[in-house]
Design a binder for this molecule. Structure first.
Ligand code: HGY
Ligand code: MN
Ligand code: MN
Length: 414
């Protein structure tokens, strides 16, 4: 089957994936050399697609393809180009590269629409380096919380200093903000990161809502000591306490009828020597649920559980919320246009929620949002085995291009 845009997209996915912290695995973190190199490549592709380009005040890449006349409001497309550690190469870049390829196709045909198109690559959706996420899209939405500039990475570098070292001035982040009047809508194509479309034997799906999430940073302080001389009953072992907390979080979520999911993705024990009882442990908690109300109840229950464990073990507990996002519904008027485009490409329309977070959770503050999901093999994501078949990449591109060319701003008569 001829691959309309799929081959170009797959080739670019691989080229971008080669820009990584290490050659063995894909890791591309906010405000690093890899961030800058990836931005340069993406900006070159945007230029080639006939867009005016900009690298904004927080490191997002932005391309604008003018409409029938200058200064028209835009349909904004995009996704993120940072990654988790040892990531797959499709999470983020598929939506961004597909949007660029769609604009390039319009440009090749010298097609201009009654609105502008802007494609934006967000610099930090995953929040790996500073534990706070959606930094690029929050800057665009004008909701960037300056307090996060004091957050420090694992090397103790603050975001403020990292921005300066990268060549950006934190004082200018406000310049990245856009207003609602400039945007007609925000639409993001993204891999599903789950197994549902594969089970439905469908290449694409319509997202109904983006699940909210709460991220917490916990630390337990006990008493370091000699591994050979301190009797077990006299220990205040912070790592054993953290282990009990982690099992309690898993047990809570596994038995929770409200369908919450809890993950401890990072843990650090100090001083970190084989023959020393850990005196200090820090770990993260990522908690999600099908509704915001249930997620908030689950967070409260889990914090109470780890408080009880800390008290019983005579450990000092500090737990802080580092990130919180409400569940964001996709706009019915936009979902209808996504469904039309899917039908137009000959596929059955299937709606599904997103368990993963996306930049639309920030962009909702300045535009209605919609998402197109593309099937990924085995639903695997945040893993090197993450994969999209070229035919599905092509299907996603054809649906997105049809959606763009038939897009009608809200309230437009049919
Ligand atoms: O964590 C998430 O759901 C997204 O991949 N940042
Ligand atoms: Mn991700
Ligand atoms: Mn993503």
């Amino acid at each position: 089957m001829s691959s309309f845009l799929g081959d170009e997209i797959v080739g670019r996915i691989s080229r971008l994936a080669a820009i990584s912290e290490t050659s063995e695995q894909l890791t591309r973190i906010f405000l690093t050399e890899e961030h800058r190199a990836a931005a340069d490549l993406l900006l070159s592709w945007m230029r080639d697609a006939g867009m005016h380009v900009q690298f904004d005040a927080i490191g997002n890449v932005c391309g604008r393809y003018e409409g029938e006349r200058p200064a028209l409001p835009c349909l904004m497309l995009g996704s993120h180009y940072d990654s988790v550690r040892e990531a797959g190469k499709w999470d983020g870049p598929l939506g961004l590269i597909t949007a660029i390829s769609c604009v390039a196709d319009l440009h090749k045909r010298e097609r201009r629409l009654p609105f502008a198109i802007e494609v934006i690559g967000f610099a930090d959706e995953e929040g790996v380096r500073f534990a706070s996420t959606l930094l690029g899209s929050r800057a665009v939405a004008g909701t960037f919380d300056e307090r996060v500039l004091d957050a420090k990475d694992n090397a103790g570098i603050s975001m403020r200093d990292a921005l300066f070292q990268f060549g950006l001035d934190p004082a200018h982040i406000g310049a990245a903000a856009r207003s609602r009047s400039e945007l007609l809508a925000y639409i993001e194509l993204h891999i599903e990161q789950g197994p549902v479309l594969e089970a439905q034997n469908l290449p694409v799906g319509v997202v109904t809502a983006i699940s909210g999430a709460t991220r917490l940073a916990a630390s337990l302080t006990g008493m370091a000591g000699h591994a050979g001389t301190v009797p077990m009953l006299l220990r205040r072992d912070a790592l054993a306490g953290a282990a009990e907390c982690i099992v309690a979080i898993e047990e809570f979520c596994r038995t929770d009828r409200g369908g919450s999911v809890g993950t401890v993705g990072y843990i650090h024990a100090m001083p970190g020597a084989t023959n020393v009882i850990p005196g200090q442990v820090s770990f993260t908690i990522d908690l999600r649920a099908v509704s915001d109300a249930h997620r908030n109840l689950a967070v409260a229950d889990i914090v109470r559980k780890i408080e009880d464990i800390a008290r019983r073990r005579k450990l000092l507990l500090q737990v802080d919320v580092t990130h919180e996002n409400r569940t964001v519904p996709c706009a019915p008027w936009l979902k209808a246009q996504v469904s039309e485009a899917i039908t137009g490409e000959g596929y059955r329309v299937f709606e599904l929620p997103s368990g993963a977070g996306h930049d639309g959770m920030a962009m909702i503050d300045i535009a209605d949002v919609a998402m197109v999901f593309v099937r990924c093999r085995g639903g695997i994501s945040h893993h090197p085995d993450e994969h999209v078949d070229v035919a599905d990449a092509d299907a996603g591109a054809r649906v997105l291009l049809r959606l763009i060319e038939n897009f009608r701003p809200r309230g437009t008569r049919e």
